[in-house]
Write a protein that binds this ligand. Structure first.
Ligand code: NAD
Ligand code: WQD
Length: 360
């Protein structure tokens, strides 16, 4: 982009869902990217898809951030200007069963990364945090001043990582960080070449709906219809992953300009219930989504949505893509790739898609 500096950006966890979409936005902005990923929750096939989207090979180093020596070597091989840190384990349920694995992966990995950044004089960090740090909020919409309080070990790792980064900013006035608290990212790149591809049974509602639409699962279980919300189902702030990707690019620009540190919510500011989401998906995809109401899920809260006004004020960022676009793009990705990254795109073979009505 004319007049704007381009940077070499290390994208830790860049092969994952949000990281891969952010890579497309970084490349579009003209930044050079190097992905570091151990593919614990992603596929190397993402790299070829990214190459098709950005029109050039994408550099990637396969490494585990828990290996201090591997991270040190990475910083010796490249001269990075900034880091975006997506690499983490993120499954709430699993984090109750394997808390040590979550602390080891998320926190040890972050300590190694921050240590190498510091040693190499790389002083700009964009960090993937989460609305999970607000726990069960006292009120909605949630602004950044809301009380922090986690309800699961995964959330605790995010809070500890935020605090580690904050302490480093205090200890070294040259170190700058943007702490981005995402609400519920959904959707996919408009090409349909990359998207969310969870391993096993999806924990999150949107990929579950997509797999029902694709015939991989029989019906959606809706976890409770007795919440104090307009239709009784849980309310969340779904945000299109491409809007989220763009927020990383503007947050990086903010850090490069030297405007200071930043903690912001990234959401639309609009709460959507599970039933509203199901109906919006049906309209966007032309598929019917069978569902049944089951018991509430442990740890779920009634309503979570953002006050995103601080991000707007500080970054000039706001969401552009609505619920229809989120559903349409999630479905484009799923219908072109019924088995995720496991097989070639569905355009080249007969598709097992079920219960398809019409595309809008
Ligand atoms: P993802 O699992 O798709 O991506 C994470 C990537 O990091 C994966 O490619 C994984 O292989 C890699 N990784 C994990 N541990 C690693 C390690 N030790 N070394 C190297 N690579 C490692 O997850 P995502 O949905 O893209 O989430 C990205 C980030 O955003 C995570 O930090 C997550 O906590 C945060 N976040 C996600 C959501 C969401 O709903 N998806 C919401 C809020 C915050
Ligand atoms: C959304 C709504 C469910 C699945 C999680 C993490 C959070 C963040 C984003 C990382 C809720 C309902 C779900 C299903 C359903 N991740 N639901 N049937 O729980 O808001 O947030 O992902 O930081 O930390 O907790 O997202 O997509 O799981 O649920 O009825 O099969 O859909 O009860 O109301 P959640 P979700």
């Amino acid at each position: 982009m004319a007049g704007q500096t381009t940077k070499c950006v290390l994208v830790c966890g860049g092969a994952g869902y949000i990281g891969s979409h952010t890579c497309t936005a970084l490349a579009e902005r003209g930044h050079r990217i190097v992905i570091a990923d151990n593919f614990a929750n992603s596929s190397p096939r993402v790299l070829l898809r990214l190459q098709r989207i950005v029109g050039a090979p994408v550099e990637c180093e396969r490494l585990d951030l828990r290996s201090k020596s591997a991270v040190t070597r990475l910083f010796k091989r490249h001269r990075f200007d900034a880091v975006i840190h997506f690499a983490a384990l993120k499954a709430v349920g699993e984090s109750f069963e394997r808390p040590l694995a979550y602390f080891d992966n998320n926190i040890s990995g972050t300590i190694n990364l921050l240590g190498s950044m510091h040693d190499a004089g790389v002083m700009r960090l964009v960090f993937s945090s989460s609305a999970t740090v607000y726990g069960d909020p006292e009120s909605v919409p949630i602004n950044e001043q809301a009380r922090l309080g986690v309800t699961n070990p995964y959330g605790r790792t995010k809070l500890v990582m935020e605090q580690l980064i904050e302490d480093l900013c205090h200890a070294d006035g040259c170190f700058r960080a943007a702490n981005l608290r995402y609400f519920n990212p959904v959707g996919a790149h408009p090409s349909g070449l990359i998207g969310e591809d969870p391993a096993g049974i999806p924990n999150n509602v949107m990929p579950y709906i997509c797999q029902v639409a694709a015939g991989r699962r029989g019906k959606l279980s809706i976890f409770g219809d007795d919440y104090p919300t307009p239709d009784g189902t849980g309310v969340r702030d779904y945000i299109h992953v491409m809007d989220l990707a763009r927020a990383h690019v503007v947050a990086l620009d903010y850090l490069v300009r030297g405007d200071g540190n930043l903690t912001v919510n990234l959401g639309t500011g609009r709460g959507i219930s599970v039933l509203e989401l199901v109906h919006a998906f049906e309209r966007a995809s032309g598929c019917s989504i069978p569902y049944e109401i089951v018991a509430r899920r442990r740890g779920d809260v009634a309503e979570v949505y953002a006050d995103p006004s601080l991000a707007r004020r500080l970054l000039g960022w706001r969401t552009r893509l609505d619920l229809h676009a989120m559903c349409r793009d999630a479905w484009r990705w799923q219908s072109m790739n019924p088995d995720g990254y496991q097989r070639p795109t569905a355009k080249t073979k007969s598709s097992p898609l079920a219960s398809r009505k019409t595309m809008t």
